[in-house]
Design a protein around this ligand. Structure first.
Ligand SMILES: Nc1ncnc2c1ncn2[C@@H]1O[C@H](COP(=O)(O)OP(=O)(O)OP(=O)(O)O)[C@@H](O)[C@H]1O
Length: 728
């Protein structure tokens, strides 16, 4: 048995080592520094030495590699020349040089210099539907963010396409390399806006050799629960409001009941009474214990039982009794069904799920616990008990809050008291089954990708990923533990988080070592942030620092001109980031009827195409596009990671703005921008997001009037597709 387990351990170890090495194969070595003191240094995704321990390749994160990203002619950092190597497989297909010390260069070399070629070549590449690493072309302002100090809260504010996401991922890789010891044990958590987005970015860290980072959405933060149901923005706004913390606290206190009349317990030989003074004393003791509800219950129960035991002794005519007799009587009473039932009513064991459903399901409980909300707000919280298992993303921070207030509950006690409603169990089982299937599909994909299919079976890999195998990685253990404290947390699209979501996130980083990236101008959710100070001051007032990214690497100048007008309409003080590229294709407009035909034309141009639509038109326009293009995918709201992957791999994906957040495509068609702007309280921000997803081409299709800034941008330009759609 021992040999077998050793063999398995080694197989696991080599398999994961091999997977790491395969993952860094693409673009392994990408740079060279001609260094005055160190000689020639080759920079790569990982460090390598030969048998004599001479260094062949330097890890991009090592301090000696820093001049590769930071050196300039004004401050050459000991480097005379920086060379970018472009490779295809193992062949070098291009070389670009930056000259940092002109005197040190021969005339021949001078003729071939072109510093920006590597960056522009990378930016012009067709999109694959997956984000790639940018180690070869990190820019100086980005490098400062990546290598910033681990401690404290760093906010990275930047417009669309400035590389916030990709920089945040490289920062994770850098931190793991530089603080391996500390972060290996505590782990790194990266929070993204939706499962499609996580699919989009999930290959970046493995391609940098880092596999043990947990990627999650806020909706996945609560172990064992998948929040897939959707709700109206107004409901999410109420649930995200900080006042909900008090509502939850009161809802818990309200379940510690104080009946108006004394409770009579008929025990056959005699009747006992739980009266007000007895309850007051027990509640006082429980609250003095400062334990959360489920743990304080033991204090409450003991106090009531002691009082009942004394009462029973009196009734039995035994007068004063000693401690042993008291204990015997108490234990006898504890097992009496009437006593048990009464105690359960007075101070029930509660799971967070039960507490919340009990609250949403009862107007009386809501009226009391949520007295601080308006009647309209309370009405938004109401939920039919029949829809018990339909958890939404904004329920997750509330469940987390409730879990804090309630404290852990012993699983066995839970089963014994049969508190978990049957439908809750059935829903959990079903969710588990779905998840297992998705994990299995994903495991097969990984094995195929890494060529490891004969070393590890998909089933086993999936088991490991689900955290059931014997060798759990830090990320796996952390994912299964609600109270895990991470070494560092990175929040992407951080402007979308509600105050309640921030509470849940902050609980997971008691040391407040965080990187927060986002763009206030892109805030779409009603409970999202209006300023970073508003978000952070409650936790780290005056102790957070901000870096700005100012250059847009995604959207060409022509497209950004249009988007900038929308930005100015959101707030005239806001400035759009400067684009590095000129794409050459001007944005165009067309009537909505031309959509199928124009999508086909865009697919013909190659690359990935997205059609971004108002939520209400997702069904009808999705159908039209699907009928026109084979393999088109419509991203239904609340799609899990599997569905997200299908959208990223498809030639065309049709989606609402929420699912387009953070993604990018070669061509984007925005349908009925007026509908997008009108659908939410921050509609113009949604429109700004939609208009900044394209790397090459942008089309706007409309029948309804355009929002004012777009009307101004497009003026009276003729619309495409007019001629050919005449008759439709
Ligand atoms: N230094 C770089 N070298 C090559 N590509 C880069 C660089 N910086 C950013 N990019 C590319 O620019 C694109 C936009 O980056 P990213 O998605 O990280 O931007 P963002 O700031 O998160 O945008 P948004 O706010 O719109 O989500 C990506 O394709 C990314 O790979």
């Amino acid at each position: 048995m021992q040999n077998r387990s050793e063999r398995d351990t080694f197989a696991e170890m080599y398999a994961s080592r091999l997977a790491r090495l395969w993952a860094v194969e693409r673009g392994l070595a990408f740079g060279r520094l001609d260094h005055v003191d160190e000689g020639l240094l080759y920079i790569g995704k990982i460090g390598l030495t030969d048998d004599e321990q001479d260094r062949l390749l330097i890890d991009w994160r090592a301090p000696v590699a820093q001049p590769f990203y930071r050196a300039t002619p004004a401050a050459p950092m000991g480097v005379t020349r920086r060379r970018h190597l472009q490779t295809k497989g193992r062949t070098v297909v291009g070389v670009d040089d930056d000259l940092l010390d002109l005197d040190a260069l021969s005339d021949d070399d001078r003729a071939t210099l072109n510093g920006e070629a590597a960056l522009l070549a990378a930016l012009d590449e067709r999109r694959t539907g997956r984000m790639r690493d940018i180690v070869a072309t990190i820019q100086a302002e980005q490098d400062r963010v990546i290598r910033a100090d681990l401690n404290g809260v760093l906010v990275v504010q930047g417009g669309p396409g400035t590389g916030k996401t990709v920089v945040a991922l490289h920062r994770a890789a850098y931190l793991l390399y530089t603080h391996r010891e500390r972060l290996d044990r505590r782990g790194v958590l990266i929070l993204g806006p939706n499962p499609t987005f996580l699919r989009y970015i999930e290959q970046v860290l493995p391609s940098l050799g880092e596999t043990d980072v947990l990627l999650s959405t806020v909706g996945e933060l609560y172990p064992g629960l998948t929040a897939t149901a959707r709700e109206r923005p107004e409901v999410a706004a109420v649930k995200g409001d900080t006042r909900m913390a008090e509502v939850i606290a009161r809802a818990v206190r309200d379940r510690q009941r104080m009946p108006r009349k004394p409770v009579e317990l008929a025990l056959g030989r005699y009747t006992l009474t739980i009266d007000r003074p007895m309850l007051d004393a027990a509640r006082h003791k429980a609250s003095r214990s400062r334990r959360p509800h489920n743990q304080a219950r033991a204090v409450f129960v003991r106090s009531v039982l002691n009082a009942l035991a004394r009462q029973a002794a009196k009734k039995l005519g035994r007068g004063l009794i000693d401690e042993d007799e008291l204990a015997d009587l108490r234990e006898e009473l504890r097992t009496e069904p009437v006593v048990k039932a009464a105690l359960n009513r007075l101070w029930p064991y509660l799971t967070p799920q039960r507490l919340l459903l009990g609250l949403y399901g009862s107007p009386e409980r809501l009226a009391h616990a949520a007295a601080g909300l308006t009647p309209e707000e309370r009405a938004l919280l109401r939920r039919d008990p029949g829809r018990a298992s339909e958890w939404t993303e904004s329920d997750v921070p509330l469940l987390d809050e409730a879990a804090e207030q309630l404290g852990e509950i012993d699983e066995q006690v839970l089963r014994a008291t049969a508190l978990q409603a049957e439908e809750e169990l059935a829903a959990a089982r079903q969710a588990e089954e779905h998840e297992r299937e998705a994990e299995l599909a994903y495991a097969r994909e990984v094995l195929e990708l890494t060529g490891l299919s004969d070393v590890m079976e998909a089933e086993r890999l999936a088991e490991r990923q689900r955290g059931q195998g014997p060798y759990l990685t830090t990320a796996e253990r952390a994912a299964a533990d609600r109270t895990w404290a991470y070494g560092h947390v990175i929040v992407d699209e951080a402007q979308e988080l509600s105050p309640m979501a921030w509470r849940a996130v902050m609980r997971r980083v008691p040391n407040r070592s965080m990187t927060i990236v986002g763009d206030i101008a892109q805030t779409g959710s009603a409970a999202g942030a209006r300023s970073w100070a508003e978000v952070l001051d409650p936790y780290v007032a005056g102790r957070w620092r901000q870096e700005r990214l100012t250059v847009n690497y995604r959207t060409p100048v022509e497209l950004m001109e249009v988007a900038a007008r929308v930005l100015a309409a959101i707030d005239p003080a806001l400035r759009a980031p400067a684009s590095v590229r000129e794409g050459g294709v001007r944005p165009w407009t067309a009537p909505v009827a031309a959509l199928p035909e124009l999508v086909k034309a865009e697919v013909g141009e190659g690359g990935k195409v997205a059609v971004v639509v108002p939520d209400a038109l997702l069904g009808p326009l999705g159908e039209r596009v699907s009928a026109a293009v084979d393999g088109a995918v419509v991203v239904a709201p609340g799609t899990g990671r599997g569905g997200g992957a299908a959208a990223l791999d498809a030639p065309v994906a049709v989606m609402g703005v929420t699912d387009a957040k953070g993604l990018e495509f070669d061509a984007v068609l925005v349908a009925e921008p007026g509908g997008i702007a009108a659908q939410s309280p921050r509609g113009l921000s949604d429109l700004y997001v939609a208009l900044t997803r394209a790397t090459q081409r942008l089309g706007v299709l409309y029948d309804e009037p355009l929002p004012r800034p777009l009307g101004e941008a497009f003026g009276d330009l003729p619309r495409r597709g007019h001629m050919s759609t005449n008759g439709l």
